[in-house]
Design a binder for this molecule. Sequence first.
Ligand code: SAM
Length: 283
Amino acid sequence: MTGEKGMLYLCATPIGNLEDITMRVVRTLKEADLIAAEDTRNSIKLLNHFEIHTPMTSYHEYNKIEKGRMLVKRLLKGENIALITDAGTPGISDPGEELVRMCRDAGIAVTSLPGPCACVTALTLSGLSSRRFCFEAFLPREKKERRRILWELQRETRTILLYEAPHRLAETLKELYETLGDRRLTLCRELTKRHEESWETTLSGALKRYETESPRGECVLVLEGKTREEVQEDERRVWENMSIQEHVDFYIGQGMDKKEAMKAAAGDRGVSKREIYKELLNS
Ligand code: SAM
């Protein structure tokens, strides 16, 4: 029960093909008191196409705090508001998350109307494992944070999904190749559009192609995760070059206490904890 309060509707809109809008989204957009759109100039085309005449206001990255407060006030007064973005599902690499938080804090009901989402579309047609996956959205632009995420991805065993803009694709492919090594990649471009492509290749194959060709269209990178055996092998190579002390310190650095760290190091080396303890006493 929402009482007198209104409801926030997160409405997924097409990522290319207008036929992908759901009937429920069209009806909700028609019936809402207000549509909050990431870019009103962009969304007006969609609304005109479906003959939706609901008033629109902008809600985007740069006004999300004060506009969010205004939207919450209207919702508290009983208005129903639909949130849309330029394409796809609100809150997925798009505005939405903060407004949902604000609504929840104010006791306003939120519902999400499912529909197009580039990462899910890409995953399902990639041919790579879709049982376990991680969505990394756009890699951060800030260098240190970007390196940290890439480092974490090195040992990721799930299928990895990344968003990228065409003008940064070549550089991102190069960085991925250099940090993750070569691996299977399905490069999905222009999804749901006339020139849709889902190209099964490798990081090195994609790099080669874009040495001579300018990438066109929005794309999603679907990368194969490592096998557990590969991760274990990588770890073995790391600790093989460590002293026992360094090996134990490594695990302590990962948040383990000394006892756990000695147990983990002993397990890696196939020796008893007592041997590790003895070695540490002698070092
Ligand atoms: N909210 C959107 C969603 O649900 O997928 C994502 C918005 S994000 C700002 C835009 C990015 O999504 C693009 O840079 C691209 O990586 C991906 N994307 C959106 N539409 C796409 C399409 N038709 N084909 C491939 N990738 C697309």
